[in-house]
Design a protein around this ligand. Structure first.
Ligand code: SF4
Ligand code: SF4
Length: 376
C-alpha cells in the first residue's frame, strides 16, 4: 500500500506546517536514519514572488528544513528552473521566490553549482542515461517540494513533474524536443522519478494555481498539504482533491499502464479528503485529439487535428521583447521580428514551454471552440 498523509493547512506559517510535517512523518514511518545531507527540490519555475503561487512557498520549504534540522540533517536547496541554468539566473530566482531568505534564516545551503552528471538507468523506458544536476549525487536523500498547479501540456503538475527540474537547463529543452508525444513525455517523467528516487514528496496546495498554469494561472486557496513517500500516489491524491479524473491525467494514466500505480493500493491518512475536495477547480482544457484516432479516415483525421490542436498565441501588446520564449523554444519555432516573437506553427511541437516561461503572461494557449465548450 502507498500511504499518503493529507492535512488541512489554512495559512503559510512555517511553525504550523512543521507540526503537520512531523505528524505526517510519524504516520508514514519516515526514516531519516543513516542520512546526512538531504536535497530539497522546490518548484522554482521562474522569477516570481511567493504570492503568485507559481513556486513552492518559502514557508513550506522552511518548515521542511527545520524538520531535517531536528533530525540532525543538513539541507541543500537546488533546482534547475526553466530557461538557462546559470549562477546569475539562480541568484535572481532564489531572491524573488524567498529561497534566499529561507537559507539566511535556517542555515540551509543554496546550490549555485551548475555542473551536472549522467546517471545510467538501464531500466528506463525513455531514458537509459539521465543528465542530473550535481547536488542530486552529492546528497544522500531527495525530497520533492512541489506546488500544486495546472499545466498547459501535462494538465497537472505536482510531486513527479517537479523532478523535471533535476535536469539541467538546456537538456530539458532537448528532452522536450525528443519526447514530443504526450505519452512519451510522461513516460520520461516517470523515468526521472524512478531514477532520482525521492524519499518523500510534499505538495504545497495551501494556495494552488488553477486555470492557465503553470505560470499564467490564478492562485486558488485549497488549504491542503500532501505528504507521501510515494510521489505518484501523492499526485493521485492531489488530483482527487481538484476533481481530475485518472483518464484526464496523462502522467497517472502512464503510471497505471506501467504498473507503477493502482488506485486500490492507496491509503489516505490524516484529515478527511471530503472536507478538502473542491468541485470547481479550473483546468486548462483537453490537450490533444487522440480520441479521434482510428475513428476517421487518416486524411480527415489530420485535417481535424490541425484545426483542433491547441496552439500558442503571442499577445504583442503585453510582450516586452525579453526573448525568453525565443531562447527556450525546443523546436526553434519562434523568430523575433521587430523585437516581438512570431511562431512558425508547422515547426511548433506544442510543448508550451514558451507559455510556461513568459514573465508577462503574453502567450495564451488557444484551444478550438469545441474544446472550450463541448469537450471540456
Ligand atoms: S512573449 Fe513573453 S517571453 Fe516572449 S519575448 Fe514577449 S515577454 Fe518575453
Ligand atoms: S512555440 Fe512554444 S509551444 Fe511551440 S515548440 Fe516553441 S516553446 Fe513549444
Amino acid at each position: 500500500m502507498a500511504k499518503v498523509a493529507v492535512f488541512k493547512c489554512e495559512d503559510y506559517n512555517a511553525g504550523e506546517i512543521l507540526k503537520k510535517l512531523k505528524l505526517a512523518c510519524k504516520m508514514l514511518n519516515v526514516d531519516f536514519s543513516g542520512k546526512e545531507r538531504i536535497l530539497l527540490k522546490p518548484n522554482l519555475l521562474m522569477r516570481k514572488k511567493p504570492e503568485d503561487a507559481v513556486t513552492t512557498h518559502p514557508e513550506v520549504v522552511e518548515a521542511t528544513v527545520e524538520l531535517l534540522k531536528e533530525s540532525g540533517l543538513d539541507a541543500v536547496l537546488a533546482d534547475s528552473p526553466g530557461g538557462t541554468y546559470t549562477k546569475k539566473r539562480l541568484e535572481g530566482i532564489y531572491a524573488s521566490t524567498g529561497m534566499k531568505g529561507v537559507c539566511d534564516r535556517t542555515g540551509a545551503l543554496l546550490n549555485y553549482d551548475t555542473s551536472w552528471y549522467e546517471l545510467n538507468f538501464e531500466q528506463g523506458r525513455m531514458l537509459k542515461r539521465i543528465p542530473f544536476i550535481s547536488p542530486l549525487r552529492e546528497c544522500d536523500g531527495l525530497i520533492s517540494l512541489a506546488k500544486l498547479k495546472t499545466h498547459g501540456m501535462a494538465v497537472y503538475t505536482g510531486a513527479v513533474k517537479n523532478l523535471f527540474g533535476l535536469i539541467p537547463g538546456g537538456q530539458k529543452i532537448e528532452l522536450h524536443f525528443k519526447m514530443q508525444q504526450l505519452d512519451r513525455f510522461m513516460d520520461m517523467l516517470l523515468d526521472i522519478y524512478l531514477a532520482s528516487r525521492p524519499m518523500l514528496s510534499v505538495i504545497d496546495g495551501i494556495v494552488a494555481m488553477e486555470g492557465s498554469g503553470p505560470s499564467a494561472g490564478v492562485p486558488r486557496k485549497l488549504g491542503v498539504l500532501i505528504v507521501s513517500q510515494d510521489g505518484i500516489a501523492a499526485d493521485f491524491v492531489a488530483s482527487k482533491i481538484i476533481g481530475l479524473k485518472i483518464n484526464d491525467f496523462p502522467l497517472l494514466k502512464c503510471a497505471v499502464n506501467r504498473g507503477l500505480f493502482r488506485e486500490d493500493e492507496v491509503e489516505i491518512v490524516g484529515d478527511k479528503l471530503e472536507e478538502i475536495m473542491v468541485k470547481d477547480f479550473k483546468f486548462p482544457g483537453k490537450k490533444d485529439v487522440l480520441f479521434l484516432k482510428g475513428l476517421l479516415p487518416a486524411w480527415f483525421e489530420n485535417y481535424i487535428k490541425g484545426w483542433l490542436t491547441p496552439k500558442p498565441v503571442f499577445i504583442h501588446k503585453k510582450c516586452i521583447g525579453c526573448r525568453e520564449c525565443f531562447n527556450t523554444c525546443p523546436a526553434h519555432a519562434i523568430m523575433m521580428l521587430n523585437k516581438k516573437p512570431v511562431v512558425d506553427l508547422d515547426r511548433c511541437i506544442r510543448c508550451f514551454c514558451c507559455h510556461e516561461l513568459c514573465p508577462e503572461k503574453a502567450i495564451n494557449i488557444d484551444r478550438a471552440f469545441i474544446f472550450k465548450t463541448i469537450l471540456k
